[in-house]
Design a protein around this ligand. Structure first.
Ligand code: SF4
Length: 425
């Protein structure tokens, strides 16, 4: 375990415990579940195995009444022998799909981790199919492989591909990268409009018609901390990033808004003025949960890549004590503003060696452990309260109006455990 020097002023300067070992991750294909809702004119065609098809069906629920917007082209073991056949099979499947579904404007070929799929060059397939089907249907590809990745990286890979394909545009503009639930996105756009920014572009674009471009006068900010590849792609395209704490809780949201406002020459006093009421609501809502969370010792295992900003929210706004903050990957540029707001003390860990981490959890006996699904049940059985990290990705948690719900997601397992204790006594 790393001991941090006492002179540090925040976790931004803290040494990072890097671990490489056995890890528990959830597959990147999962991101399709929320991405297809954000892009109603798209279709996600997973090139994968029966396991991939089962994962998608069980994660999404079988869509009986709706024409689904994702599917799996299953590659059998026998296809290993003939890669050329596999490419032709993809062409045939895409042809069949697009002739039946003329509403599809963006088709994503999504790679997976079976070895026979890894050997397939899906970028070539996308290029070939684009030549046939664009501009009616644009064809993209990205990998949702579950090897060495986390489930949020599916979104990162998808957005990075979209950013890479954006046309050049020299307009002075703002792009916000990261998929948010519609209701939260509307709140964000209302806040930005209230401070004077009404022409805001979104990545992912809702439809192919929202044809945004990118260039040296494009300013990009992020609402999800797991967009490392997307960040690198937009920088490569010449855009200028806006770094800020992520918009979780009152403080995070205000800091994020002020960073965006600052880039566009808007006085921070304007942000203070227009956010007075929502800030007060967020403060009140979090205060109602603070009683359960203040002083509670929290251990965050690496899972969703939301860990660092959420740790900042838990410690700064809810009064929790952080023991360890693990993240699968530490993207310095994106997470530094949040790390700077976390007081020295917790171990900051990157990567995973699950057995060693579990040993540390057992030694520390935290009040709450935030972890993946596979680790939560065993830890609960050992008497430890847990929070499923994946729930934090599927729940609306950004911006002021969700601050109380976010605190509630952490407070609930503690309340439940307290009730169980009382019942057992
Ligand atoms: S991509 Fe890999 S980890 Fe994900 S469902 Fe398919 S086989 Fe499983």
């Amino acid at each position: 375990m790393t001991i941090q020097p006492k002179s540090l002023s925040s976790c931004a300067q803290a040494p990072v415990l890097k671990e490489r070992g056995q890890h528990e991750v959830f597959c990147g294909l999962t991101a399709i579940i929320w991405l297809h809702r954000k892009m109603p004119d798209s279709f996600f065609l997973v090139i994968g195995s029966r396991t991939c098809a089962h994962l998608l069906q069980s994660a999404a629920g079988v869509m009986i009444f709706a024409e689904p917007r994702f599917g799996t082209a299953i590659l059998e073991e026998t296809d290993l022998a003939g890669m050329a056949d596999a490419q032709q099979e993809i062409d045939r499947e895409v042809e069949r799909l697009l002739s039946r579904r003329t509403d599809i404007r963006r088709l994503f070929l999504v790679g997976s981790c079976p070895s026979e799929v890894i050997k397939l060059d899906l970028s070539k397939a996308a290029e070939r199919l684009n030549a046939i089907h664009a501009p009616q249907t644009q064809v993209f590809n990205f990998s949702g492989s579950g090897i060495e990745t986390t489930f949020t990286q599916g979104e990162d890979a998808c957005l990075s591909t979209l950013a890479d394909g954006l046309p050049q545009d020299n307009a002075h503009q703002l792009i916000i990268a990261g998929a948010l639930p519609d209701v939260v996105q509307d709140q964000m756009l209302d806040l930005l409009s209230a401070i004077g920014l009404s022409d805001v572009k979104l990545l992912p674009q809702r439809t192919a018609q929202d044809n945004i471009g990118i260039g040296p006068n494009t300013h990009v900010t992020f609402v999800q901390p797991f967009l490392g590849d997307t960040h690198d792609t937009v920088l490569r395209r010449g855009a200028k990033p806006i770094y800020a704490p992520f918009p979780f809780g009152e403080l995070g949201t205000t800091a994020w808004l002020k960073a965006v406002a600052g880039r566009f020459g808007i006085d921070p006093a304007v942000v203070d003025r227009v956010t007075e009421a929502p800030r007060a609501r967020a403060r009140k809502a979090v205060a109602a949960m603070r009683e359960d969370l203040a002083g509670k010792r929290v251990f965050l295992m690496p899972d969703s890549q939301l860990e660092i900003p959420l740790a900042r929210f838990l410690s700064r706004e809810c009064g929790a004590e952080l023991i360890e903050v693990g993240t699968p990957f530490l993207h310095r540029s994106l997470t530094e503003p949040d790390l700077s707001e976390i007081a020295p003390g917790p171990v900051i860990a990157e990567g995973q060696d699950v057995e060693k981490q579990l040993d540390r959890v057992r030694a520390a006996r935290p009040d709450l452990t935030v972890c993946g699904l596979g680790l939560a049940n065993p830890l609960e059985a050992e008497g430890l309260a847990t929070k499923w990290a994946i729930e934090l990705v599927f729940s609306p948690i950004h911006f002021y109006e969700q601050a109380g719900d976010l605190a509630g997601l952490f407070a609930r397992p503690l309340r439940r455990r307290a009730l169980l204790k009382v019942a057992a006594e």
